[in-house]
Design a binder for this molecule. Structure first.
Ligand code: CMC
Length: 446
């Protein structure tokens, strides 16, 4: 299609002309901002699959070609040469850092690794069985109570403290995550160390025991750092859109990313990495290499978890990178015979050659191989989505910043097509109950 400057919508034989917005990569969006005023119609787009809710300069995806770029840089180049923290800087500030900027940023992240000592007591209030995602969401929001000067719900003021708040969140999300794991397993909290990098510090807080320091293999640290980096942003996905939605009302950064964690939790989004492992275990138990599971997926009875994507209609480039990393790290750890990896390979082969998956363009997504790596590293399954959340933090922060810095940003307030009752009159309880005497046990205030 050429680049049209306008689009026409014809309603009741009348043409209505709307401008077309063009992105830097040729994305075309019909700006229907004045549609309702001129026609009384709104657009209806189930799942917002065809709606650009904003303009954004953070991440570009071409789902047909399997392209993903953060701030213009191809994901495979970043995966090859960058680190999570450098990529986080890129995502948040728009440019790769100079040596000086990188050093200042890393120092700020490091300085912020500890949580306020009294936050430990918040963990005591949770039952041991609490899902770590629930704890993470609650504690990220509560961070705003510890740093009220950064959580004023006044955009101008919150932007003044943004640099500190961003570094603080990037750093503490990892500490809180590790603490939630330690609490669940009845182990003492481990303080972060000053001399460790981002991902190694996380592994240290997870696995060090009193009098027994945990030193991960370099390949393990690199694999975890890569997982964080590959999750760092993914434009307007469910959780990021949630962060932007909350931010659009003027809420502070802590409240906004806490909502992002809740949105991420669901099995169709970040929770899929846990479900993939359940699926692979189930297939192992069945012993049929996934044939039954695939048939059930084709019958619409269940979904092949870690497969399919709203935007990618080709192989998810993150899955490609993780598949290679998976083989590498499992070899390092002597776990290359992990039966779940074998099952994943067989399942993928079966699915990508099956007409059902071919017709619907369903390929492995980022969640398909990440769980196998995390399992090999020793991270328990209920932490997988938490790992996703740590990785996604730079993206959420960058999108909050885009919303807060835009003087024209509007509160997000979609419309609906109402399908409920038309107007009707209130009836008293006696009328609704066909004249029966009131039951005071059910309605103490009636
Ligand atoms: N297994 C079997 N069939 C599927 C799957 C799947 N994983 N995904 C989509 N389909 C089918 C679906 O049944 C539908 O078939 P039909 O046209 O016959 O009704 C068709 O493909 C289109 O599916 P959809 O639900 O309209 O697609 P969507 O864009 O709304 O959903 C998705 C995207 C990711 C939610 C979906 O593919 C899915 O449920 N995948 C499994 C969960 C998963 O792995 N989620 C992680 C996503 S990537 C990481 C992230 O962003 O969180």
């Amino acid at each position: 299609m050429s680049n049209p400057e306008s689009a026409v919508i014809r309603i009741d034989n009348e043409n209505h002309v709307f401008p077309v917005r063009v992105g830097t990569q040729g994305d075309l969006g019909i700006d229907i901002g004045s549609l309702r005023a001129s026609t009384k119609c709104v657009t209806y787009d189930d799942g917002l699959a065809n709606t650009a809710a904003c303009e954004s300069a953070v991440t570009f995806i071409d789902g047909e070609k399997g392209i993903l770029r953060y701030r213009g840089y191809p994901i495979d180049q970043l995966a090859e040469s960058s680190t999570f923290i450098e990529t986080a800087y890129l995502i948040i500030y728009g440019e790769l850092p100079t040596r000086q900027q990188m050093s200042a940023f890393s120092q700020k992240v490091l300085r912020n690794a500890n949580v306020h000592e009294s936050m430990r007591h918040l963990f005591e209030g949770f039952p041991n069985s609490s899902p770590p995602m629930a704890i993470l969401s609650a504690l990220l929001n509560s961070l705003g109570c510890y740093y009220p000067e950064m959580a004023s719900n006044n955009r101008e003021r919150d932007l003044q403290t943004f640099d500190e708040a961003a570094a603080l969140l990037l750093s503490k999300v990892r500490t809180i995550a590790a603490m939630s794991y330690r609490m669940k397993h009845g182990r003492p909290f481990i303080y972060p160390r000053r001399d460790l990098g981002y991902s190694q510090n996380f592994l240290h807080m997870m696995f060090t025991e009193p009098y027994h320091e945990y030193y991960p293999h370099d390949d393990v640290t690199k694999a975890l750092d890569l997982i964080f980096l590959l999750h760092a942003d993914h434009e307007q996905n469910c959780s990021t859109s949630t962060v932007r939605m909350v931010a659009s009302g003027g809420a502070n950064l802590f409240a906004s990313v806490s909502a992002g964690v809740s949105a991420l939790w669901g099995p169709l989004h970040g929770g899929a990495n846990m479900q993939v492992m359940d699926m692979l275990e189930e297939i192992r138990h069945d012993g049929d290499n996934g044939s039954r599971f695939i048939e059930q997926a084709k019958d619409g009875k269940r979904r092949l978890m870690g497969f399919g994507h709203r935007v990618y209609k080709n192989y998810d480039p993150r899955a490609k990178i993780l598949k290679e990393a998976c083989t590498r790290v499992l070899k390092t750890l002597g776990a290359e015979d992990d039966p779940l990896l074998e099952i994943a390979h067989v399942l993928e082969e079966k699915a990508i050659h099956d007409p059902y998956f071919i017709e619907r363009k369903l390929y492995p997504n980022v969640d398909f191989y990440s769980g196998i790596i995390l399992r090999a590293i020793g991270i328990p399954q209920d932490m997988y989505t938490v790992i996703f959340a740590i990785g996604r933090m730079p993206g959420w922060i960058a999108h909050w910043k885009e919303v807060a810095e835009n003087p024209k940003s509007k509160i997000q307030r979609p419309r609906q097509i109402y399908t409920g009752h038309t107007e009707r009159n209130y009836q008293t309880m006696r009328e609704r109950s066909n004249g029966a005497a009131p039951d005071h046990t059910l309605e103490p205030h009636a």
